[in-house]
Design a protein around this ligand. Sequence first.
Ligand code: CMC
Length: 376
Amino acid sequence: MSTAAKGLEGIVAAETVLSFIDGERGILEYAGIAINDLAKDSNFEEVSFLMLNGRLPNKPEFDAFLADLRGAYTISDHTIGLLRSIPATAQPMHMLRTMVSALALEDPNPNSIDIPEVRAKAIRILAKVPTIVAGFDRLRRGLDLIAPDQNLTFAANFLYMLNGEKPTATMERAFDACMILHADHGLNASTFTARVITSTLSDIYSAITGAVGALRGPLHGGANEGVMVMLNEIENVSEAEQFVMNKLAAKDRIMGFGHRVYKSYDPRATYLKTLAEQLANDTGNADLYAKSHAIEKTMDREVASKGIYPNVDFYSATTYHSIGLKLDLFTPMFALSRIAGWAGHALEQLDGNRLIRPKADYVGPHEKPYVAIEQR
Ligand code: CMC
């Protein structure tokens, strides 16, 4: 009889000071600070410092961090050349996985496991990935690249490089809040991936590349794109209830609902729901929000008793759409932010590292004779 915990449910595999989740009470904190307070009052740069250092910065530390981050927004000609060589038809998450890996090629010392050096590399990756994603999107649209603007925040700079114009303060703030909300979430699948890779004393580029691959899956970060696909399939709000009922009857999953840890409302979804409604109303997407709301109402009636509620991906779809992002950039947006969390966990793993190496229960036969291939 196997003792394997399917999906490693309930297994504690690491210690962290970065995020705390109480799935029963719907609480998420970064370094002890409630996620709602951070989303409301902080900014993604501060949260990134927190992820890489386990605490918020003081003013001089923050200024130095901003200078390092903004000073690394630019990508090299080599990286631009690689970006130009990627087919315009490539999916952005595949592009991103490849390009994060490629950043190692121009690092003269990519394998360092010295903690301050790894932290500095993480800042550079965090700074360059928005330039890469925006650059890829512009190239595939046949547009010129837009150089980053070091005077802009992480959020504003990304939207500027993507659209060619500076975002409104409302859009900048909304995107910044999304970045804050996605930065870390305990030992989720992609973060675990990053920690496993780091535990072999491999490099930060490998850890983040692997994590991007894990994030892409539809059960993880890919769900936000799945939500948008679903919203597009539902032609108008009056069809939302029947759509959900048909899916549930067919035992299909409704993307953006359910969570391994939360058995109550995901606090990130609480924040995003309000944001999504405001932005949708401001940008002529009220219909999209109405459809989301109708889906939630039906899900609440049908499956909330099983602890299935909206997760972070559900209302982030309406939010990203209202910000003007294309559907296939939704999961890369998750990655833009989560790089901070992945790198923070990689640093925690390095500090007092022990190889992560669980066991598998062998459930096959024993003592079978070897049969030559001709006789099989
Ligand atoms: N729609 C319908 N039923 C669901 C859903 C859903 N979205 N999620 C879970 N269930 C049901 C599932 O069918 C099962 O029912 P039963 O016990 O009757 O067979 C029960 O809930 C438990 O499901 P599970 O698959 O054992 O739960 P899990 O902890 O392994 O899965 C999950 C968690 C997130 C993979 C799952 O809820 C899911 O597939 N959700 C949809 C995809 C999604 O939104 N993913 C984003 C997660 S949050 C952001 C992130 O981490 O990236």
